[in-house]
Design a binder for this molecule. Sequence first.
Ligand code: G
Ligand code: MN
Length: 391
Amino acid sequence: MNDSFGHDVGDKLLKEIGLRIIKELCQSDTLSRLGGDEYAVLLENICKPDLAITIAKRIIKKINQVFNIEGLQIYTSTTIGVVIADEQCLDSSKMIRHADLAMYHAKKAGKNTYYIYNKSLEVEEKNVRQIRHELEQALLNNELILHYQIVMDIQNQVPVGFEALLRWNHPTKGLLSPGSFIQIAEESELILEMDKFMLEQAIKQLLEWREEFNFPMYVSVNISGRQFAHKAFYQEVTRLIKKYQLPKNSLCLEITERVLIDNLRKASLLLNKLKKLGIRILLDDFGTGYSSLSYLHQLPFDVLKIDRSFVNAMGDVVLDNSIINTIMTLANTLNMEVIAEGIENEEQLKLLRDIDCPYGQGYFLSYPLEPSKIHDLLRKMIKNSTENNLI
Ligand code: G
Ligand code: MN
């Protein structure tokens, strides 16, 4: 708010919010501002815990209504953590900490929500702290590694590139997929370090294989929302392109809709700048989010990646696959390429070929594997393509 409208408006909004909260309280209650945009309410003498929830709901509703400040119409939202005092242990700092934990939990559930503290939150919090600590160590000890999955031109059976996928070689738990740790990393600055590492590592690997096989492949790297929004991201990409003299169109960045939707104009500017550097932009998991036609039109994607759920649900006749057919037509109209994700068997591959889908990846073509295995697989595939005059 301060950045968009100035501190004056920000200050007035905070006061207005305070006034709206006070209106929901009675004489014996206390309201204070903890700092930033956080407030604490102490309800004394309530007859039953439910009342705290009723009041939380009322506060959420009131703050969700428009604010008129200096001629501006401002909309905002709230999340509230509720903690019920334990008669045996009235420790104020502990109560605030618990309310805080509950509030963060509410935030994860979305805007305009409340959550009531319970003991399991603390266990969860401890777990998260532990994983975060282990991740910091992982970065220092080179436990984070990249696996790669080959992307194929499925019409000609020729490899065209590979997607870099993060794995954690955990000292006791074995090889972990990002699902088990990426969210925790994304909630802290750690994700930035991890993304930086991935990007550089993937570029080095690409150049090594391009040189060895003398074959024009690309590498595709998944970009987190945090990194995409970070002001140093563009600089970092520029630095790497210079440092490694990266050929045009050999680096792809995979971005999900979720990352872009918050600030379409800013996203569009950044994507266009990245494209000028010779980077290709892939829209990952297409079809699972908003898939709004207006942003597809506004953003300069090179490729749509059809989410694997659609490939998984394919019928066995070309005409039965209206969603995939529609995505193909859409991509053609918008001058974008298509990669089908999650091809797991021969039937799916054949159908996608018949539908004229140009590119694909999935377990049936290549599992995500450690670099040495992908190296051998690429060598075989490229040798095969050359022998059969496919390239
Ligand atoms: O969101 P994104 O498309 O980047 O997800 C990549 C993930 O998909 C990787 O973790 C990879 O292991 C997984 N994956 C790759 N190919 C397949 C496949 O054929 N089937 C399934 N179920 N998962 C796949
Ligand atoms: Mn991806």
